[in-house]
Design a protein around this ligand. Structure first.
Ligand code: LLP
Length: 437
């Protein structure tokens, strides 16, 4: 995984920093990010567009992992930024991210959030529904400002890993149906609004996708519609955003194609479609989240108690769980792990890695072969960089872990560990505490 290596001591090293030292210095659980790997992923996306000579924006979908430092890293790498809430927008602005490269998503943006976005002068709002379009038009006329918009359409394709489904009637909470008249109506409203500037269309067909087929089908369906619109209204998009969703390898069961191959396939298809209908090739935007940061993140835990269910299973508990990684409980997501202090030692037992939350479903990995773990050994779980910290929670009032960035032998704390005080920070007492004598 990335710059992860085994050092002379047999310890797992990331970004040339010994993870055992990281655990000692920053405590556990700890999210460790391999910064060089994030940079490499970002550059590979950008270079693919540059090599093929396409005007593009690669927007990091910050829902995968949004913190001030991560947003600043995205800025350093020349990425644009996809935000989906006032909180993510606030994070981006607090990090000093160039507002003109922020794209605002979401199916229920509030008036306040839209106002904040327009006030900040963000790059575009991805309009999700008629209520939002109406609010935007009103905001623009009352403030005298204008805003770029993309219309999010649902092309009736849902893709996950190796499967894609043609859903026909677009049953999703997101976007304007492409084939049920909604997109047509939204197009006319936006074109005739006299305030919003319609740049083009957006679609996102799913996440953790291993094949290009779904993207190509979506592009074809969109172009069939664009062809109608060109003839009827003379509309041609300046921008086509095909979303994110490029899959990564969590375990050896996963075999995604390299991320740049999706981009090449998308570019070729869009060029072919535009050509076929005599249209100018638009700017192509994408929004990868997981594929930029997923395998760059590793979580370090300390092992704790064991429980053996005779003849059935050996449970090995760690000092985190569904509070820092809810994906196994929520999606039956699978992960790989090693003992960070003895990476090359032979497996001696098969254990089930349990979290510490009061819930039976709080399991991180079912049945993984490992060397015999002592108490307080460091377990490193790989590929936790996307939707790990961002979906972390305080279930059982467990403080959220710290986050460190490692690069070139240096470790930098970028999110502090929460404390017990943080757990009661927003609580208001029913009565002042009575001190006992
Ligand atoms: N663009 C839009 C409009 C999206 O809805 C998403 C993800 C992305 C981009 C980024 O997708 P990515 O490249 O990261 O696959 N919590 C789930 C994933 C939810 C994804 C939601 N939308 C998980 O942990 O697997």
């Amino acid at each position: 995984h990335g710059t992860a290596k085994v050092n002379q001591k047999g310890h797992l090293e990331i970004g040339s920093v010994d993870t055992i030292k990281l655990a000692e210095e920053f405590g556990t659980p700890l999210y460790v990010y391999d910064v060089a790997l994030i940079r490499e992923r970002a550059r590979s996306f950008k270079e693919t567009f540059e090599t093929l000579g396409v005007n593009a924006q690669v927007a990091y979908a910050s829902k995968a992992f949004s913190t001030v430092a991560m947003v600043q890293l995205a800025a350093e790498e020349g990425l644009s930024l996809d935000v989906v809430s006032g909180g993510e927008l606030y994070t981006a602005l607090a990090a000093g991210f160039p507002a003109g490269k922020i794209h605002f998503h979401g199916n229920n943006k509030s008036l306040q959030e839209l106002d904040m976005a327009i006030e900040a002068g963000i790059g575009c709002v991805v309009v999700d529904n008629f209520d939002e379009l109406e609010m935007l038009v009103e905001l623009c006329s009352s403030t005298g400002k204008s805003v770029n918009v993309l219309l999010r359409v649902t092309p009736g394709i849902e893709a996950h890993t190796h499967d894609y489904i043609l859903t026909g009637q677009e049953d999703s909470k997101f976007g304007f149906g492409l084939e049920n008249g909604q997109a047509d109506k939204a197009l006319l409203e936006a074109m005739n609004s006299g305030s919003v500037r319609l740049l083009g269309l957006h679609c996102h067909i799913g996440s953790q996708i291993f094949e290009t087929t779904g993207f190509l089908l979506a592009a074809r369906k969109i172009y069939a519609k664009l062809n109608e619109w060109k003839k009827l209204y003379g509309f041609e998009p300046k921008v086509l955003n095909l979303g994110g969703g490029f899959g990564i390898r969590y375990t050896e069961e996963d075999n995604p194609i390299p991320a740049s191959r999706y981009v090449v396939a998308i570019i070729e298809e869009v060029r072919e479609q535009a050509d076929q209908y005599g249209m100018v090739v638009p700017e192509i935007w994408i929004e990868p989240g997981r594929s930029l940061v997923g395998d760059a993140g590793t979580t370090l835990y300390r092992t704790g108690s064991r429980k053996e269910v005779p003849d059935i299973r050996q449970y090995l508990a760690v000092d985190g769980g569904m509070s820092d990684n809810i994906r196994p409980a929520l999606y039956q997501a699978k992960y790989e792990a090693v003992l960070a202090g003895r990476v090359l030692a032979k497996p001696e037992e098969t254990v089930a890695i349990a979290g510490k939350c009061c819930e039976s479903g709080d399991m991180l990995i079912w049945d993984i072969p490992l060397p015999k773990a002592e108490k307080a050994d460091i377990l490193a779980v790989f590929c936790t960089g996307a939707y790990g910290y961002s979906m972390a929670n305080n279930y059982n009032r467990i403080p959220r872990p710290a986050v460190v960035f490692v690069e070139n032998g240096e470790a930098k704390l970028v999110v502090k560990r929460e404390t017990f005080e943080d757990m009661v920070r927003l609580d208001l007492p029913l009565k002042e505490r009575v001190k006992s004598k």
